[in-house]
Design a protein around this ligand. Structure first.
Ligand SMILES: O=C(O)c1ccccc1N[C@@H]1O[C@H](COP(=O)(O)O)[C@@H](O)[C@H]1O
Length: 220
């Protein structure tokens, strides 16, 4: 049995970072994607990452980013984990892992069982998979849309690597999502915001409490 891992994604202010760290979460996500309302500059990201270092793993979320920009994030922000949330190939994930000597978490968008096949390829090279819902038609963002998918699809999934559950989670549904999917790790962004891109500390607190209310899950 193991404790659930909790990641709060899209933190952009020092106040939210401090409150989130005080809750003892496992991972904090910084978004490097200009179209996102949660996008942070490199300067702000360095400040936020320094606050988190040694307290929670710093996750750098990127979407189809070129190598020069990835290298700059790696050098200046020094994240613990890269979260690739675009169409990065398994080869690109493997190359980044070797080049930066960092963990890689690859997002896979799910709407039905057939989408899980993609996860098999990524599970060979990534350290962890992140299951998210497919974005709604016309969305500018490949994630962070507050959309759920059928959590039952993940039950008893036999993968070589652990997965993190995301997509439309909030304090009201995270316990059920964990129970139905068998997830040992959860990630949230929109569900802990008062408006798009603006985190709400009370919602983060409620989310963490609701997630932790579920009995310890089978280990990773
Ligand atoms: O949060 C964003 O703005 C974002 C932008 C581009 C790709 C992914 C993004 N967020 C990730 O999406 C999932 C689900 O988020 P939500 O809880 O449904 O809002 C999560 O893994 C975020 O890390």
């Amino acid at each position: 049995m193991t404790d659930l891992l909790i990641k709060i994604c899209g933190i952009s202010t020092e106040e939210t970072m401090q409150a989130t760290l005080d809750l003892g979460v496992d991972m904090v996500g910084l978004v490097f994607f200009p179209k996102s309302p949660r996008h942070v500059s490199l300067t702000q990201a360095c400040k936020l990452a320094d606050m988190a270092r040694g307290k929670a793993k710093v996750v750098a979320l990127t979407v189809n980013m070129d190598l020069d920009s990835l290298s700059r994030i790696n050098e200046l922000v020094a994240p613990d984990i890269f979260q690739f949330h675009g169409n990065e190939t398994p080869e690109a994930c493997a190359a980044a892992k070797v080049m930066y000597n960092k963990q890689v978490m690859k997002a896979v968008a799910i709407s039905d069982r057939s989408d899980l096949e993609e996860a098999l390829y990524y599970s060979i090279v990534a350290d962890r998979l992140l299951f998210d819902a497919k974005p709604p038609k016309g969305s500018d963002l490949p994630g962070g849309n507050g959309v759920t998918f059928d959590w039952d699809l993940l039950k008893d999934l036999d993968l070589a690597k652990p997965f993190m559950l995301s997509g439309g989670l909030d304090a009201s549904n995270v316990a059920q999502a964990i129970t139905r999917s068998g997830a040992t790790a959860v990630d949230v962004s929109s569900g802990v915001e008062r408006e798009k891109g603006v985190k709400d500390i009370e919602k983060i607190r409620a989310f963490v409490a609701a997630a932790r209310s579920v009995s310890p899950v089978a280990g990773e």
